[in-house]
Ligand binder design. Structure first.
Ligand SMILES: *Cc1c(COP(=O)(O)O)cnc(C)c1O
Length: 393
């Protein structure tokens, strides 16, 4: 079917999209309405950790759909219990609340911190967040975000999110007052352009928050579930946060996210938190299949090795085209183009059959499936090399 035959006007026009409709995916590849094939290094926005339509997710969905889609959030179901237990067993946390999106998980983290403040800190409710951070698109999570483009939108914002500077512990300290209950940080600011909190900074944040009796919340919606080569991104720094949020890869492509907290801070009382689809067996069964794969022996070492290979290839390519630094961790990698050509580059790459993401005008972000092969990375590097050659000629 031709693009012009699709009635896209029926959708709200909330973002610029190319005139294509994707109809099929398999592993690292996507096909559009014209039958054209693309090598995909966006993967559902760092979501499809096992690639497009992997057999283990297709099977988990089909099996669970045939058994029980949802009994209601008012009743227990097996897949949500099993998945919560997997997360708790493989982390320092004690309790899980499943959500349908990352923003909803962060919204829950904000509520949990405020509840904890009401019970333990005389109603303290402020959560220090960071400039350029991204925590989602609900009203509270937009308010928590430090994304400059959000600043003027949907006023008045939800109050209580003073912004510090990443990797500047004094800027955090200055914002702490009687009303402060928590600090919320991304181990790597993904949407800001793969800006890493240093391990030292995360350790200082943990020390500071512990000393001042505050909660430390890590937003691991982009860094969690193996993206950085560890199961959770904060493990690189060796810290134990109080609250963690997960999303994106937890569902391997289906809408599943989670609010995870230590036993000590899991203080919701009946009626404080819930939701019709939260913890539904269909999505939680997929989360179980994802963790089965990611926790297989050698899988995370594979992510680390692939990340190193990708960074090496990009570094060579950057030198060849006189571009800037390559940075990131595991398979969350950025290339600084040193000039504002990222939008043009992603357009031309797409024409050449390669899907890339440009979170900043001068920056490319690479977020392939965690099981990306060496051949796929070589093919991506060759395609990008060609497109860059044409663009910069
Ligand atoms: C994607 C993302 C979110 C929002 O998740 P949604 O599922 O889009 O609501 C929040 N925080 C971070 C760090 C993210 O990368």
């Amino acid at each position: 079917m031709k693009f012009s035959d699709f009635p896209v006007q029926a959708l709200m026009d909330v973002t610029a999209r190319p005139p294509l409709v994707f109809v099929r995916g398999e592993g690292a590849w996507l096909w559009d309405n014209n039958g054209k094939r693309y090598l995909d290094f966006v993967q559902g926005w760092a979501v499809n950790c096992l690639g497009h339509s992997p057999a283990r997710i297709v099977e988990a969905l089909a099996a669970q759909a045939g058994k029980l889609i949802t009994p209601s959030p008012a009743f227990y179901n097996e897949p949500s219990i099993a998945l919560a237990k997997r997360i708790v067993e493989n982390s320092d946390f004690g309790r899980v609340f499943f959500t349908n999106s990352g923003a909803e998980a962060n919204e829950g983290a904000i509520k949990l911190a405020r509840k904890w403040g009401a019970l333990n800190k005389a109603g303290a409710y402020e959560i220090v967040t960071f400039e350029d951070s991204f925590h989602g698109r609900t009203l509270a999570t937009m308010s928590a975000s430090g994304k400059p483009q959000f600043a003027a939108l949907f006023e008045p914002k939800v109050a209580g999110f003073p912004k510090a500077r990443l990797n500047d512990i004094e800027s955090v300290e200055r914002l702490i007052g009687d009303q402060t209950v928590a600090v919320m940080v991304e181990p790597i600011q993904g949407e800001a352009g793969v800006v890493e909190a240093t391990d030292d900074f995360l350790r200082h944040l943990r020390d500071l928050t512990s000393r001042r009796g505050l909660l430390l919340i890590v937003d691991e919606i982009q860094t969690g579930v193996g993206r950085t080569g560890r199961l959770w991104g904060h493990q690189h720094a060796g810290i134990a946060p109080d609250i963690m949020t997960l999303g994106k890869m937890l569902g391997g492509g289906v809408p599943l996210a989670a609010l995870v907290a230590t036993e000590r801070v899991s203080c919701f009382e009946h009626g404080d938190q819930g939701g019709t689809f939260n913890g539904n067996p269909l999505m939680c069964a997929v989360g179980g299949a994802v963790l089965d794969a990611v926790l297989e022996p050698g899988f995370l070492q594979g992510v680390e090795a692939s990340g190193a290979y990708l960074m090496k290839g990009l570094t060579a390519l950057s030198a060849r085209h006189r571009l800037g630094a390559v940075h990131g961790r595991g398979l969350l990698v950025a290339l600084d183009l040193r000039q504002e050509i990222a939008a043009k580059l992603t357009d031309q790459a797409r024409d050449a059959g390669l899907l890339l993401n440009a979170p900043r005008p001068h920056l490319l972000r690479f977020m392939p499936a965690l099981n990306v092969s060496v051949e796929e990375m070589d093919e991506m590097l060759a395609l990008l090399d060609r497109v860059l050659g044409n663009l910069l000629a």
